[in-house]
Structure formats: C-alpha cells, structure tokens
Write a protein that binds this ligand. Structure first.
Ligand code: BGC
Length: 765
C-alpha cells in the first residue's frame, strides 16, 4: 500500500475514533441530563415558539420570558442581534431549573446582511465552490450575530413557475439540485459544528412541497413513488448524506397524509432508509394546520406528529400543550418523547452550546464580521455569475451586439425596478439592512464613473392595479406608486430615452412577487411594464431588458422583439454593482438556467427531463394529429434548461467515447473539445446528459448526469472529459430498488439541454 494511502486510512480511523468518543461523551452527558428532566421539561425542549417582537433590554418582560424560565422553550428563531440573543439565552441558562441553553434559528436563506442572489439565481452559476462559499459567508455573518441554526437549504424540486417559492430552490433538476444541496450544507456546517463560525443546516421542506397542484402555495401534492424517488427526493437525501443536522417537514400532504404526520416519510424513509441522525422540526404552525387538513383535532394531530417522527414544533405549541394528556391516554409513548428530546439536546451538544451557551454572542465579531467590504466584494462577484444572458442580438450596421455596453455616451435607465434598493436583495432577506443595498441606478452610475452619462426615469408602475402592487410590495419593499396617468409616466420616460444612445429597461417582478405565498396564475411581465417596453422599442434605439424575476417568466414576445435580455433574478445587496459589471462587460456572463422558460402558461409544467410517451412528436415538428402536442403552440420552451449565452461563443466537437461497448463496472470516458471562438475570455458550463433507451420502467428522454464549468481564453480550446460509471446509470425501478439496467445509452454533451452532441454506448452487466 502506498504511504499516502496508509496515512489517509490512519487519519480516517483517528477521525472516526474521535467521533465515536464524542458520541460516547455526548450520550453520557445527555443520559445524565435527561434523568433530571421532568416530562414537562422534556416537552419544553420540543417547543419552538414564535418569538414575537423582543426589544433589546426588554427580553425579561417579553411574553416568552416566563416560559423560558419554566423550561418550556427549546429554542427561538428570527431574533436578530447579539444583544437580544444574549439577553434571552441568559434567561434560559440562569433562570431555568436545568439551565439548558436555547438554540437560535433564522431564515438565513441567501446570505445574512451581505445578501447573495436568491437560491434560484445562485443555482444558475452551476459553480458549487461559489455556492458553498456564499453559504460559508452567510454562516460566518449569522454566527457572528448570535445565530447557530439556519432554515436552509431549501431543496424542493420545482417544475411549476406559478409557485412563488421556486425562487428559494435550485430549480427543476434532481442532479443539479443535489449538488447544490450538498454544497450549501457544507458551506453552513463546515467540517466542525463546534467552531463558533459554523451553523447547523435545516433541509426543507421535506417533502415534495415544490409539487403543489396548480402552483398554488400550500396546495395538495399527489405523486407516484416512481417520480418521488427518482426526481423529488434525491436533493433531500443528498443534504442528509452531506450531514445536515436537521430537516423541516413540509406543509403539504404526501400520499394523503400531511408530511408533518407522515410516519412513512419522517421515520421509514428518513431515518430507516437514509440513516438520518439529526432532528425534525415542523414548518411554521405545521402541526396546527393539520386540523384544517382534516385529520383530527389539535390533541390528535399533535400526537400523530410526534409519533410520526417530529421532534420540534414550530410556533404551534401543541406538542407542549397536549402531549402529557396524550401520554396518559396512550396516544403517544414516553419512548417517543425521550427520543425527540434527546435529538434536540444532541443538536445543542453538537453545536457546543452546553460548553458555552454564549458561543455565538461575541459583540466584537458582530461588529467586525458582518457586511464587511470583503464579503460584499465576494457577493458582487457571485451575483454577476448568477445572471443569465438570454438574448444578445447584433446591432444593425455591423457595430457588433447590443451588449456589452460601451462606457461612453448617454445611457437611459428606465423602469420601476431601476431605482429601488429595498427591492434588490429579493425575497427571504430576513437579516438584510435594506437601506444598505445598492440600486441599479447607483451601481450603474458608480461603475460608469465619469465615462458615460446615466439618465433615469421610472416609466411605469410595477402594475396598473394599485392593490396588486401593494400585495407585491410587502415587508417594506413597496416601490412607491406614481399616481399620474400611465401615458404621462411613459411620456416622461420617452423624453429621457430620446436623449440616450442606448436604453436599459429594468423591468419584471418585484422582490415579493415570488417567495412564500406569492403564486401567480399569469407569469408574464405585468402589462403596464410591457406597454412601457413597447414604447421604448418604438424609439428605434437599442434596448436592453434587464429582467428582475424570482421565477421563470413567459418571455415569448420579449424574446421576439427585444434585442438584448439579461436575466438578473434578485442578485442580493450588491446586485446594483454586479449588473453594471456585466452590462459594461467587466464580467462576461456565464449563468445557465436551472429551469425551463415556457412559451405560455398552458405548457406548464414543462421540463427537459420529460418522458417520451407512446406518441412522441417527431423532432423539429410542431403539430401532428394523434401525437402528444398542442394545436396552438409547439412543445418547445422559449429557453431550455441549461441555456445561457456569453459575450463570446463556444463550439463543441463531436463526443468521443473511450469505448462503445462496456461490461459491468468498467468505466467510460466521454469527451468533447470546446473552443472559445471569440476574442473575449469566458466561462462555459459543459453539460453531460444520458438517455437510458430501454428500461423496465419508462425513462426520461435525457437526464443531467454531470457538468463542468470551464474558463477559456479568447481563441482557446480545451478538452473536457467526463468519467461515467454504472452508478451514473442507476435509478429506482418499479420496486423502488436502486440499480442500473443493461442496454443502450445515449451519451450527450452540450451547452444546454437542447443543443447537444451525442454518441451511443452499449453496456451489459
Ligand atoms: C416557511 C419556512 C420558514 C419558516 C420560518 C415558514 O412560513 O415555510 O420556509 O423557514 O416559515 O420562518
């Protein structure tokens, strides 16, 4: 055996011995503690109440202070600042009988005060180091402010853009979603939860929340186990395999039983099949809502949740209130209460809270590690890599494409989203300081410096309907309504536009048009903004659409009529600068879509990894009678999964396989040579898809199985090689057995899920 290998094995052994010793130490500690606990104190650990509004210096007078002192609270969430957290922790460790510290959670979803792109945007970077880095910085900032537990990553696969929460996940694909899930967990938790700058992850929303019928939030989910295991469950499992310390049950039902009372989901799959060792927390009032789901009254649903495998009750307090009675009636068992209590105590132990309950309450760290210049700089660079260039047409007269813009002349920035910093961070920016975010107008002006003149007009309201605009501007993120007639507001913008060489139109969704409880049945840019866009196009000046959105939108008309489209999602606190960096070409865009963009709402759900059906439409066709298609629209999307342009262009050679016939565990290599045809340096995400041509169950027409993000200088070529093993061919069969089946496989490599080169291999067992 090579020396290095031997050393590796020895280190692994030492590591696992240390872990076992830690586990043993933890067990002894918790056994001793639990012996002292009353039933009420045990139930207290399972309680995660809403914290209300705790004012600094007033924690002792807050509603929950009494409960904390009585040992009836296990943790709190969404409290911001070391001062407040310290004060509340003090109540627990000085005033409660057993002095058990509280765990402090927060929705640190895409950054803390330094805000990164919304998760959907971040996933479009297809750069796992960068995803991990964003979570690492988020953990550092959150932990510097007292937080040790985050309700992230959200890994719900979503194939319906009507669902507003598509913004919070990594899109439609289980492979990409699993990679992101893993990177996020590693970023938050690092390799040692005992450190004071790592925090515990909470994977959510387990499970299938993204498949709400009709894209209406909290709606019913009903799905085959085939789809569940092959498409929706893999990212949760990947996060569990990466060591996520906790998981959140979802609001929806699964197989007719709400996830929060679903024993099969929370115990059989999660613990028995996947070996999850952490704890399960419900979503916000998830237990109480089961009364409305219609599976029993409060005592009944609390008992069901506990017995199904819930360990912590978020906000509802019904486990605390009803479990003692249920225990007497034999509806819950002491063993289950003990198991849940132990898991919460274990999480606190793993975080090192028993050693030092104030571990995350270092005022000095809070002052020096949050929203630092270094973190903001990284956020700016990460944001730029999440943007997706959807279109970039050549200008008439041979002066090149519309983008990048020259840093000269006059640029008219127009649109309701152009000058609003509160809107930039995007949904679920709980810890953000909105006044510190940068608007696009400010970013553009600063990056242009004195080289180009930036002039601005609002041009339209977000929507013609004031009531809609109010709903879409919650949490202090209103856009400020202009009550003049629409024509007057447009005319003002046109007067500005006519003075410019180029128009940048900042349009789309406001931050709160996506996220929780923000489903839409119409996923187009609101009409009022489209009217503005049409008027701007009529000026005959080049128009760049800078599109803000938290979901895939229907952009058929825009794709046909607007010369350049840059999709910037919600890029976070530094997005104003990052957008300017990309518009001016200081950064070459390299994002690729992680969701399909439909031609119209009727095509939804539309996703690249669909099944072939028994009546597939021939390639390149629109309509054929008695084929699976529509009378009024082709089956194609406007932009396919994996799509995204660059300021340079890349070409792909044919796919070269190391062999076309393989046996058993042999490995296959598939390679292509990618060439940067332009003179600008650029990044390209090279994507590998595989089709399993014949299966014992039907298989998708292609599935993402790998990707590599490469950097190519202008004119440079690189060969990209993927190693493929039978593991990459595995799927859950009819009996839900995970294995691969011999036969023919089409290996496809390309720049997006549609434009691929392919080669075929025969693989026998
Ligand atoms: C959301 C969760 C979130 C929780 C706590 C719920 O409404 O569904 O994603 O973590 O609130 O804020």
């Amino acid at each position: 055996m090579k020396r290095l290998q031997r050393l590796g094995i020895i280190l692994l052994l030492i590591g696992s011995l240390q872990a076992t010793a830690q586990d043993a130490g933890m067990k002894v500690f918790i056994d001793a503690l639990m012996k002292k606990m009353t039933l009420e104190e045990k139930l207290g650990q399972l309680n995660l109440p809403g914290s209300g509004d705790i004012v600094t210096g007033q924690a002792g007078n807050s509603d929950i202070a009494q409960k904390i002192q009585e040992g009836k609270v296990g943790g709190l969430f969404n409290i911001k600042s070391v001062a407040k957290i310290k004060e509340v922790q003090k109540l627990a460790v000085e005033k409660s009988r057993l002095k058990i510290p509280l765990i402090f959670g927060m929705d640190v979803i895409h950054g803390y005060e330094t805000v990164f792109p919304i998760p959907l945007g971040l996933s479009c970077s297809w750069d796992m180091k960068l995803v991990e880095r964003s979570a690492r910085i988020a953990a550092t900032e959150a932990s510097a402010d007292g937080i040790c537990w985050t309700f992230s990553p959200m890994v719900d696969i979503a194939r319906d853009p009507r669902w507003g929460r598509i913004a919070e996940g990594a899109g439609e694909d289980p492979y990409l979603g699993s990679q992101v899930a893993k990177a996020m967990v590693q970023g938050y938790q690092g390799n040692d939860l005992k450190k004071n700058n790592t925090i515990m992850a909470c994977v959510k929303h387990y499970a299938l929340y993204g498949a709400a019928e009709a894209g209406r939030d909290y709606n019913t989910v009903d799905m085959s186990h085939q789809r569940m295991y092959n498409v929706y469950l893999p990212p949760y499992k990947a996060a569990v395999d990466a060591g996520a310390g906790s998981i959140m049950s979802s609001f929806n039902e699964v197989d007719g039983v709400p996830a929060t009372a679903n024993k099969w989901l929370l115990t059989d799959v999660l613990r028995k099949q996947w070996g999850f060792k952490g704890f399960v927390v419900t979503d916000y009032t998830g237990i109480n809502e089961m009364v409305d789901h219609g599976i029993g009254d409060l005592p009944a649903v609390s008992a069901r949740a506990l017995m199904a495998g819930v360990d912590m009750d978020m906000v509802g307090e019904s486990i605390l209130n009803y479990s003692a009675k249920s225990l007497k009636e034999g509806k819950v068992t002491m063993a289950q209460i003990n198991a849940a209590c132990r898991r919460i105590l274990e999480a606190k132990y793993k975080l090192g809270l028993f050693g030092d309950p104030y571990k995350y309450c270092d005022e000095n760290r809070a002052k020096t590690e949050i929203f630092t210049d270094a973190n903001r700089k990284e956020a700016r660079s990460i944001a730029a890599q999440s943007f997706v260039l959807l279109k970039n047409q050549l200008l008439p007269g041979g002066s090149g494409p519309v983008l990048p813009l020259k840093k000269s002349g006059t640029i008219a920035l127009i649109g309701p989203l152009a000058d609003n910093k509160e809107n930039m961070p995007g949904t679920w920016s709980v810890a953000a300081n909105f006044s510190k975010a940068t608007s696009l107008l400010t970013g553009l002006k600063e990056v242009a410096g004195d080289k180009a003149k930036i002039i601005y007009a609002k041009g339209s309201n977000l929507d013609a309907d004031a009531a809609f605009e109010e709903r879409a501007g919650m949490f202090g993120k209103g856009l400020g309504r202009d009550n003049r007639p629409a024509a007057e507001i447009i005319q003002e913008a046109l007067n500005i536009a006519y003075q410019a060489d180029v128009i940048v139109a900042a349009l789309g969704e406001s931050a709160e048009m996506s996220g929780e409880s923000s489903s839409r049945s119409n996923i187009e840019i609101p009409e009022a903004q489209k009217d503005l866009l049409k008027a701007l196009l009529k000026t005959g000046k080049p128009v760049v659409l800078v599109l803000f959105t938290g979901r895939p939108l229907v952009l058929k008309w825009e794709n046909e009529n607007v010369p350049a489209i840059l999709n910037v999602w919600f890029g976070g606190s530094e997005a104003g600068y990052a957008i300017a960096d990309v518009l001016f070409g200081d950064v070459n865009p390299s994002g690729k879509l992680s969701t399909t963009f439909p031609q119209n709402i009727g095509q939804v759900p539309i996703y690249y990894a669909h099944k072939n059906t028994g009546r597939p439409l021939g390639e390149g066709k629109w309509f054929e009678k008695f084929r699976s298609n529509y009378l009024d629209v082709s089956n194609d999307p406007v932009y396919p999964f994996g799509f995204g342009l660059s300021y340079t262009t890349f070409t792909y050679s044919d796919v070269k396989l190391s062999s076309t016939s393989l046996k058993g565990n042999q490995a296959l290599t598939a390679s292509v040579t990618v060439t940067n045809n332009g003179n600008k340096d650029g990044k390209e995400v090279v994507q590998l898809y595989i089709r399993d041509v014949v299966g014992s169950v039907t298989r998708p027409v292609k599935e993402l199985k790998g990707f590599q993000k490469i950097e190519l200088k202008g004119g440079e070529s690189k060969t990209v090689t993927f190693n493929i093993t039978p593991d990459d061919l595995k799927f859950y069969n009819y009996d839900l057995k995970y294995d691969w089946e011999p036969g023919e496989f089409v290996i496809m490599i390309g720049t997006n899920s549609r434009d691929v080169k392919s080669a075929t291999v025969n693989w026998v067992k």
